[in-house]
Design a protein around this ligand. Structure first.
Ligand SMILES: [Zn+2]
Length: 129
């Protein structure tokens, strides 16, 4: 389980962690998340680092069904997807976007297909948002 990779993918797909302009207990009262507008009260410390809309990230990096949502998200942005298992059981994932970015080609290798998909997607989006 790679929580850092999972979080990076979630953010790339447009999900946000709550972000509070200040913490409860100040004279300003109770803060509202700058993304979703939810209020943080004293008795909700578990909400402090949570995700907007209760949107905890799926296990994109370890579950092929969740990783496929990343593929569909990328396709929606015009990226074509290919994947294959190469030598030594290494999975390869490629995203290409010739239509909008003629040079855009992102290849990642990983021990599992979901991880390869996540790494290729992040590399693609990092280069050409
Ligand atoms: Zn929020």
């Amino acid at each position: 389980m790679n929580l850092e990779l999972r979080e990076q993918v979630a953010k790339a797909m447009g999900h946000n962690r709550h972000s509070w302009p200040f913490l409860p207990g100040t004279s300003a009262g109770f803060p509202k998340c700058v993304h979703c507008g939810e209020t943080l009260y004293y008795h909700e410390p578990e909400k402090q680092a949570g995700w907007c809309y209760g949107d905890d990230p799926l296990p994109y990096e370890s579950d092929i069904a969740a990783a496929w949502l990343v593929v569909e998200f990328m396709r929606g942005k015009g990226w074509e997807f290919r994947s294959w298992c190469g030598h030594d059981e290494v999975f390869n994932a490629v995203f290409e976007n010739q239509r909008e970015h003629p040079e855009a080609y992102s290849l990642a290798e990983a021990p599992t297909a979901p991880e390869a998909i996540c790494r290729a997607a992040l590399a693609a989006l990092g280069d050409k948002q």
